[in-house]
Design a protein around this ligand. Structure first.
Ligand code: PHE
Ligand code: ZN
Length: 859
């Protein structure tokens, strides 16, 4: 492999492409092993761009012929692209290439999935289809002709011609190559329509294989709801006459926003009550919305270069979060988002893979589709909205769309729209995009009997390549409660910009005016999780119990409960004593509170994840022991089940949902609460309720929860076998069957279970969903199993990543993040993890993707 395969690319090296592309005409002669692609591309010199040699990207494409203005040319071809002498005037480039979709197991470019031709071009997949300036700042109008005998031939934009063995598509909106898409196969449409607010009718369709038509209704509902929401909330209307979604079974990511032709991992679009859980219904609704929202945030206004990825992803995640809040419960959604951020993004930001929301360099861009770019990026957008306020937010978004429709832009352009709307300087705020690491907000109180003072101090720990950090602009929402449980200071947004800020409250005066005894208040900090930071504040257990009972901010009410369970688990996992009385009492009052939403109660019943406790112990300078953490969690669940058994049983009974299944938030919330209770009760009733639920369930939410509850108490063999017999022909359900077994295996059996499952006839490791169904729970859902002191799981994971790497580098590279916490653990585990990583790194011909990840993890 030549050296430049592993070259680092820098944001600071950005240069515009020296040509504009006026038109792209593509003809595809489809054939599984030898597809021919003919391209005709009209180039025109761009006098505004710096001169450079004419270079077109191209990888794994065989050049057959090339011509300029009809004259044959012989470009210099390497394994990354071609250079060619070109005239200093507009010219027409024509090329014919051959590619092999069937051998394309990396699933980037044009590939075959179960007999269907499908593409994935983000980020740099188009260069595997033909030679092209494959960069997001080159926008062009595409016209596509597909020649094939397959019945359905789709591409972006509007259909313009079709006949026996061909179809032609025209996309009138200039787009970067990463949004190109083509699908061909024997697919069935499930159709609907949407009328835009200006009265245009848009034909909607979800294309699936025969037999999956009954799983499309929810996707279509979600799509229509998204289209309506974006009109109402952001004034954004859809511009084409048709909107197609295709479900494919082999897909590296979740879904892809190609203009007018979204391509989805079938797991994120297909749903029926019998096959998908409530959580999956919610996720599908959110992902359909996410991809649809990209139409404006990503497609019509796109990114200048891949360093700006969060410009489209952070913003679009923020928008889909808002959508879900509006469709369901805002506090519940906020808690779910905070859970994900803390579990996964804080972990990333605190380890060897930490990088800014806008990275400054990369080797392989696929490695930067991260939780930091997506989820922290969304938090940064949310903070911007909190800082500018709702009106300026909408005005700033309008200005951004108006200024940049049809352009490829930067984070600076995004912020300028708000700076100009507000007449406000956002330079300091911009540090959120360039500074990696999770900021700490330490809080100290002072009380002299009259005046209450809060001293807030911010700091961000060093991260790889960034040792010194500057103060950020942090919106901190604060409220103060009187010990009687009422609020004396309602939620106020403090805009912190210095390293230290002191807030002073004249409590004596406030109390007098409200007719209360003067008393030291209880602070409710970072309400609504107003910034993605870690609050460092030592609170007595009683105060957390008080807030769990009284805080008016739902997020902080949940947070107080979480602090209680976290405190117990952190202590016990470190071998110390801890009293759980406040926790048990707090949970009990929440369960009894008839005003609270069942979905919220379900979240209060959840304990912190084992990885969260490991993170916490590590942050406190201790060495986490995953086995002890797991044992502490199990013991606490036993305790809660024992202490609250009658109440849990009552709650379980009261939250049964009668009638036919509906995925709405209210019904889903009840099922989620009942299922939490079921998990705890199974520890007391020997699985009797769970077995009964499994037998009577008419939907996947209930069956899967019952099966999981049984497996978690070491039972459920019969149900597991029954489940397999019932669902062996439905791959998406079988993915759950694989996952659940690894997730609920006893720690010492996790690696053997995973190993055994890889020998199952249905374990097709080249299918990303199936590969992940075994290895993602091993890495994420069963930390005590992954970190079993024998090192068996490390070995197994390394074996499979090495095997997968030549077949699908991007999935292998992502899998290596399983090891990104190695520095936290004891020397025994550290050595075993390092050895596994080193073994991966020493593999001959390791991909650029995995090499970059493993090198960064090893540091
Ligand atoms: N752009 C897609 C999204 O976030 C994600 C994706 C990235 C899909 C790369 C495929 C490949 O919606
Ligand atoms: Zn996206």
């Amino acid at each position: 492999m030549p050296d430049n395969q592993h070259e680092k690319i820098f944001l600071s090296d950005y240069k515009a492409f020296p040509w504009k592309v006026d038109r792209v005409d593509l003809t595809f002669k489809l054939s599984p092993k030898a597809t021919r692609v003919l391209s005709r591309i009209a180039f025109r010199p761009d006098p505004a761009a710096p001169a450079a040699p004419f270079f077109l990207h191209g990888e794994s494409v065989r050049l057959i012929s090339a011509a300029i203005d009809g004259e044959p040319v012989s470009p210099d071809v390497t394994d990354r692209g071609l250079t060619c002498d070109v005239p200093d005037r507009p010219f027409l480039w024509e090329a014919e290439v051959e590619i092999s979709p069937e051998e394309n197991t990396a699933l980037e470019g044009l590939y075959m999935s179960n007999g269907i031709f499908s593409t994935q071009c983000e980020a740099e997949g188009f260069r595997r289809i033909t030679f092209y300036p494959d960069r997001p700042d080159v926008l062009a109008r595409f016209r596509v002709r597909i020649e094939s005998d397959l019945p359905v031939l789709l591409s972006n934009g509007n259909p313009v011609a079709s006949g026996k063995g061909f179809a032609e598509w025209d996309d009138p909106w200039p787009k970067p190559a990463y949004l190109f898409a083509l699908v061909a196969g024997d697919l069935q449409p499930v159709r609907d329509t949407f009328t835009t607010r200006s009265g245009r009718e848009v034909d909607l369709a979800i294309w699936v294989r025969k037999g999956d038509e009954h799983k499309c209704a929810w996707g279509l509902e979600s799509l229509k709801a998204s289209m309506k929401w974006d009109e109402e909330t952001y004034g954004r209307e859809y511009q084409l006459d048709i909107f197609n979604i295709v479900a494919v079974s082999d897909f590296n990511a979740g879904a892809m926003e190609n203009t007018g032709l979204n391509i989805f991992n079938s797991a994120l679009v297909l749903a029926s009550p019998e096959t998908a859980t409530d959580a999956e219904f919610e996720r599908i609704e959110g992902v359909i919305a996410h991809e649809y929202f990209h139409n404006w945030t990503g497609n019509r206004v796109t990114c200048r270069d891949w360093f700006q990825l969060s410009l489209k992803e952070g913003l679009t995640v923020y928008r889909d979060q808002q959508f879900t809040s509006d469709m369901r419960s805002a506090p519940v959604k906020r808690i779910e988002d905070a859970l994900l951020l803390r579990a996964r993004q804080f972990r990333e930001d605190g380890g060897p893979l930490a990088h800014p929301v806008r990275p400054e360099s990369f080797v392989e861009i696929n490695n930067f589709y991260t939780l930091t770019v997506y989820e922290k990026g969304a938090e940064v957008v949310g903070m911007l909205k909190r800082l500018v306020g709702d009106n300026a937010w909408r005005a700033g978004c309008d200005l951004y769309f108006e200024r940049h429709d049809g352009e490829a832009v930067t984070i600076e352009d995004w912020l300028a729209a708000f700076a100009d709307t507000m007449g406000r300087d956002l330079e300091q705020f911009k540090r959120w995009y360039s500074q990696a690491g999770t900021p700490r907000l330490s809080v100290k109180e002072d009380w002299d009997g009259q005046t209450y003072k809060l001293t807030l101090t911010q700091s961000t720990p060093p991260t790889p390549g960034q040792s010194d950090k500057l103060p950020l602009v942090i919106p901190v929402a604060i409220g103060l409660l009187h010990p009687d449980g009422a609020e004396i200071v309602g939620t106020t947004m403090v805009e912190m910009s210095q390293e230290t800020e002191v807030l002073t409250y004249d409590i004596a005066d406030l109390c007098k005016r409200q007719g209360k005894d003067v008393a030291r208040p209880v602070p409710s900090l970072l309400r609504g999780f107003s910034a993605p930071v870690i609050v460092e504040f030592e609170r007595p257990t009683e105060e957390n119990a008080f807030l769990l009972a009284h805080d008016t901010d739902p997020f902080n009410r949940w947070e107080a409960g979480r602090n209680l369970s976290r405190e117990v688990l952190l202590k016990r996992a470190a071998g110390e004593e801890a009293d759980d009385a406040h926790l048990v009492k707090g949970i009990s009052s929440v369960l009894r509170d008839t005003h609270l939403d069942p979905a919220f109660k379900a979240l209060v019943l959840g304990l912190p994840s084992e990885d969260d406790i490991a993170q916490g112990l590590h942050a406190a300078g201790k060495t986490p022991d995953p086995t002890a953490i797991h044992a502490a969690g199990e013991a606490l669940r036993d305790r809660i089940a024992e202490e609250l058994e009658p109440l849990l049983a009552k709650t379980f009974d009261e939250n049964q949902v009668p009638g036919p299944y509906s995925p709405d938030a209210a019904a889903a919330g009840k099922r989620s609460l009942a299922n939490r209770c079921l998990g705890l009760l199974s520890r007391r009733d020997d699985g009797a309720r769970a077995a009964a639920q499994y037998d009577s369930a008419d939907n996947m939410t209930l069956s899967l929860a019952a099966l999981s509850a049984l497996l978690n108490i070491g039972k459920g063999d019969a149900q597991l076998a029954d489940f397999e017999t019932k669902w062996r022909d439905d791959p998406l359900v079988m993915d759950k069957w694989f996952s659940l077994q690894v997730a609920s295996a006893a720690p010492e059996d996790a690696a053997t279970t995973a190993d055994r499952l890889t020998g199952h006839p249905a374990f097709n490791w080249k299918n990303p969903n199936r590969f992940r169904s075994v290895f993602s729970p091993l890495a994420n859902a069963n930390p005590a199993g992954f970190h079993d002191p024998s090192g068996k799981a490390y070995e197994l994971m390394a074996d499979w990543l090495i095997r997968l790497d030549p077949v699908n580098p991007s999935i292998a590279a992502r899998g290596s993040t399983a090891f990104d916490t190695w520095e936290r653990y004891d020397t025994g585990r550290q050595e075993k993890m390092r050895a596994a990583l080193q073994r991966i790194l020493d593999t001959p011909n390791l991909s650029r993707d995995t090499r970059e990840m493993v090198s960064r993890i090893l540091g």
